[in-house]
Design a protein around this ligand. Structure first.
Ligand code: TNX
Length: 547
């Protein structure tokens, strides 16, 4: 009944009873941090303190598992470290792993072998709980099992982010791609440029739906540098890498509102209150590039991730076309067009990141004028970018909007609270294959290091809405990156029915196929409500325009 389903699971005769007296033996000091999280995770809902001792749960390392080949490695960390064997026998529970990550995943599977109510914040009974004997052998298919969270369009508090990290950990997802800056808000404290958050983290109002006028309510928030350190460390304890995204040179209206000299027009802009792609982008002066470098200096100081995202998506070039300074820069560098100017810009950022020992991550638009060397590409506009990038030797993460953007509507029902994007039911997420068909069986397929689902938040304005959009589709997504390509939808449906009880125990307000919606979109301020047909037609048109 485990999600994502393990590579192999063989029931054995007999059972083991886990209860308040069950001891924990940690066979290798490298696993002490995993033992700490295990105690933290198990204690509230079971009352088990796991005193040190033998004959209960044992955590250990297994060199053979570590050596075995497995998932696409990409960053060289290797899948062996993520592999584990979980044995429930009449005399105890043993988790043997290739490395600490594998031991952590073994623990997550163990939590799912227990009754769902043991995931609650307090124990509803004292146990003991009978676990059927079983031998589970498990390892992930992909190295990069990601979730993107957009905290710029709507701010999600540190508390919300930590909660999402807990939910990801249960699903063995290991990358949180945090979209920290955009036209509608700058969410990261930068000591050198305080106006980025003083001015850039607040807007006067928001657009409730994609096409409504403003709601007249201020919105904002940001993470202090200590908040970020806490998020990063909390994630690391759960074997999750936090990959920060500071989007340049487009999606920068919030930064331009704070520091107008970074722009092309000299105009005093305000933090954007509406959605869609904005024309306002950074200029290409030495001073602006220096600003960008200084911002990334603080970003790399805060985020230990070896890979740092510069976004690079949806950057209209009209302002550069109209700017004598940008045109002069192009002439000076001998560049043929503005796409090449963007490539040059990102190359400067990439060189700077490399000087810090980090690598650049960007959306597939960075391919347009030629991507920086050794860049990793997240492909979101279907699979074109993924195919091209992999064929050109770049590492690729696939994230095709129509298949894995969880902000897209889950059904076509008229009461769907966020009628955004195209319809993306849970079954379709589960059927998603991370390796594009065009690459399957070719050597370039090995450059696909994984996939990530997207939680963009134009239409998701609170954490209840986030739960609703994310679940249960995020549970389905977890299977696409962990499990083998052949997955049985009926088997998933059965396991999901049980898994929903776990989500309930955790207080996750997942979307139910029927019944009242737990929250509603704020009403439009249009004079009259938009009909669903009008709304969908406009959204489809928007979606076409950005492709
Ligand atoms: C596309 S994915 C975007 C985001 C939007 C999202 C809405 C990408 C690189 N750009 O800016 O929030 O669609 O689904």
């Amino acid at each position: 009944m485990i999600i994502p389903t393990p590579s192999r699971s063989s029931p054995r005769p007999g059972s083991y009873a886990l209860g308040p007296d069950t001891p924990l033996h940690v066979a290798d000091p490298a696993l002490a941090p995993v033992a700490r999280v295990l105690r933290e995770q198990l204690l509230p809902g079971t009352g088990c303190t796991l005193p040190p001792g033998r004959g209960g749960i044992e955590l250990g390392l297994d060199a053979e598992l570590a050596a075995a080949a497995g998932a696409r490695t990409g960053d060289g960390t290797g899948a062996g470290a993520e592999a584990y064997r979980l044995t429930v026998a009449p005399d105890g529970i043993r988790i043997a792993a290739g490395g600490p990550a594998g031991a952590f995943y073994g623990v997550q599977s163990l939590r799912q072998l227990l009754p769902p109510h043991t995931l609650r914040r307090t124990a509803l009974d004292e146990g003991p709980w009978e676990l059927g004997c079983v031998e589970i052998e498990d390892r992930p298919r992909f190295a990069w099992r990601g979730v993107l969270l957009d905290v710029a369009r709507h701010f999600f508090t540190k508390r919300d982010v930590l909660r999402l990290l807990d939910q990801m950990a249960l699903h063995k997802l290991n990358v949180l791609h945090l979209h920290l800056t955009d036209d509608q808000g700058w969410r990261l404290e930068i000591r050198r440029y305080p106006r980025l958050t003083e001015v850039g983290s607040w807007r006067t109002e928001s657009q409730p739906g994609w096409n409504d006028t403003g709601d007249g309510r201020p919105h904002g928030g940001y993470y202090t540098q200590d908040d970020v350190r806490e998020i990063v460390a909390y994630a690391a304890a759960r074997h999750i890498l936090v990959v920060p995204e500071v989007d340049v040179p487009g999606h920068t209206r919030a930064a331009l509102a704070a520091y107008p000299e970074l722009g092309n027009t000299g105009e005093q802009l305000r933090v954007a209150t509406g959605w869609g792609v904005k024309p306002d982008i950074l200029n290409v002066s030495d001073a602006t590039l220096d600003f960008v470098r200084r911002v990334f200096d603080e970003v790399v100081e805060l985020f230990p991730s070896p890979i740092i995202s510069v976004g690079g998506d949806e950057c209209p070039k009209d302002q550069w076309k109209a700017s004598p300074a940008a045109q002069a820069r192009m002439a000076e560098l001998g560049l043929r067009n503005e796409d090449e100017l963007q490539s040059w810009f990102l190359r400067q950022v990439s060189d700077h990141l490399r000087a810090h020992g980090r690598q650049l991550l960007g959306w597939d638009e960075i391919l347009e004028g030629g991507p920086p060397p050794a860049a990793t590409v997240v492909s979101w506009r279907d699979n074109h970018g993924a195919v091209r990038a992999a064929r050109e030797g770049h590492r690729v993460i696939t994230s095709p909007a129509r298949r894995v953007y969880l902000d897209y509507r889950a059904s076509d029902s008229p009461d769907e609270p966020v009628p955004v994007g195209t319809v993306l039911p849970v079954e379709e997420v589960h059927a998603f294959e991370p390796v594009p068909a065009e690459l399957a069986g070719t050597p370039a397929a090995d450059l696909v290091i994984g996939a990530q689902c997207g939680l963009w938040t134009e239409a998701i304005d609170n954490v209840r809405a986030l739960d609703y959009q994310a679940f249960p589709r995020l549970s389905a997504f977890a299977e696409t990156v962990w499990c083998a390509a052949e997955r049985d939808p009926a088997d998933f449906a059965e396991r999901l029915a049980h898994h929903l009880r776990r989500l309930e125990a955790l207080g996750v307000e997942y979307r139910r196929p029927e019944g009242p919606r737990p929250w509603q979109r704020r009403p439009g301020v249009r004079g009259r409500p938009v009909t669903m047909a009008e709304y969908l037609a406009e959204v489809e048109a928007d979606t076409r325009n950005i492709r």
